[in-house]
Design a protein. Structure first.
Length: 85
């Protein structure tokens, strides 16, 4: 499920840090946090379960996988972000 960023949402940009540097994500009023896919699962405990998260990666595969992992950990407000979509 894709969603558009809204004020108060957090976009988790889970791309590799090199990709983030080459092509920074612009998302309007939503907060963008760089949380590389290879370390995100270790940081689940640091995320607020009451926040609304959109996950982003270039192809959508890793964001979909990690969105499902977040849901399994009890996060209910998780969707995927596709710029321009």
């Amino acid at each position: 499920m894709f969603a558009s960023p809204q004020p108060g949402m957090v976009i988790l940009d889970i791309r590799h840090p090199d990709e983030i540097l080459r092509k920074p994500l612009q998302a309007g009023m939503a907060q963008v946090r760089a949380e590389p896919f290879f370390s995100l699962q270790n940081r689940f405990k640091n995320l607020d379960q009451n926040s609304r998260y959109l996950l982003y990666c270039d192809k959508g595969v890793m964001s979909q996988l990690h969105a499902e992992l977040l849901r399994e950990e009890g996060f209910e407000n998780v969707a995927l972000y596709k710029p321009g979509g």
